[in-house]
Unconditional design. Structure first.
Length: 235
């Protein structure tokens, strides 16, 4: 089957799974903005979202699909990297006429991907494990109370988010994610056929815009928590 037996097929799978995950990041980042809104205005939007997306069947199904997408994307990335290194050394994802910044991201996609995966593991432990996992198995955590079935937003300030070091680590992760996405989005669009001279520069801009929006939504929340933590220390 060409999807798994040819280089083009494997890049096609990488592109589809990658774009799917980018769309999820945009949704997830938009959801996280409610954390800042809730803290500033005393609303409960994030609690409502967590209750709606808790251990409901559709949320569990979505989680499994996302997990499969991440695994497939990461496994194919490793395989393609090994294949490219064997064929062309370190010159992978080669195209004609690269921009300097994109060229750096292209040559370091695997390293950036590993940073993204490590950050994802940390994020899953601090968020998913303490929320949806806790609800599924009735585990008491600092962010979830199985007795009332709701997420506790204020616990974010007493959980990992209360540490400045954790926030700084999160920022490093997001920077790595931005570089990964800025190259990955336009590379995926190129693989899907937008590779002519007219669209090549445009999809590079599209990739940068999507990466900036997706990462920016997360960065706003992290910087807000970082500012709150610094403010508490000064006070």
């Amino acid at each position: 089957m060409w999807l798994k037996d040819s280089s083009i097929g494997r890049k096609f799978i990488m592109s589809i799974t990658g774009l799917f995950l980018v769309l999820f990041l945009l949704f997830h980042g938009s959801m996280n903005i409610c954390l800042v809104v809730d803290d500033l205005f005393g609303t409960a939007g994030y609690n409502w979202i967590c209750e709606m997306l808790g251990a409901n069947w559709y949320a569990i199904a979505g989680t499994l699909v996302l997990a499969l997408g991440v695994v497939v994307h990461f496994c194919f990335a490793i395989y393609l990297t090994i294949q490219n290194l064997a064929a062309r050394g370190k010159d992978r994802y080669a195209i004609e006429a690269r921009q300097e910044g994109v060229d750096w991201a292209s040559k370091n996609m695997l390293v950036l991907g590993i940073i993204v995966i490590l950050g994802l593991c940390l994020h899953l432990y601090n968020m998913w494990f303490k929320m949806q996992f806790a609800e599924l198995f009735g585990v008491q955590t600092s962010m979830f109370d199985p007795q009332n079935g709701s997420a506790i937003v204020t616990a974010l300030f007493t959980s990992g988010w209360s540490g400045i070091i954790y926030c700084l680590v999160y920022i490093i992760w997001l920077v790595g994610l931005w570089f990964h996405l800025s190259h990955g989005v336009w590379s995926a669009l190129q693989t899907l056929g937008w590779s002519n001279l007219i669209w090549l520069k445009r999809i590079k801009v599209i990739g940068t815009v999507f990466a900036t929006i997706a990462v920016g939504l997360f960065m706003i929340v992290v910087l807000y928590f970082l500012g709150v933590n610094i403010g508490l220390m000064i006070a």
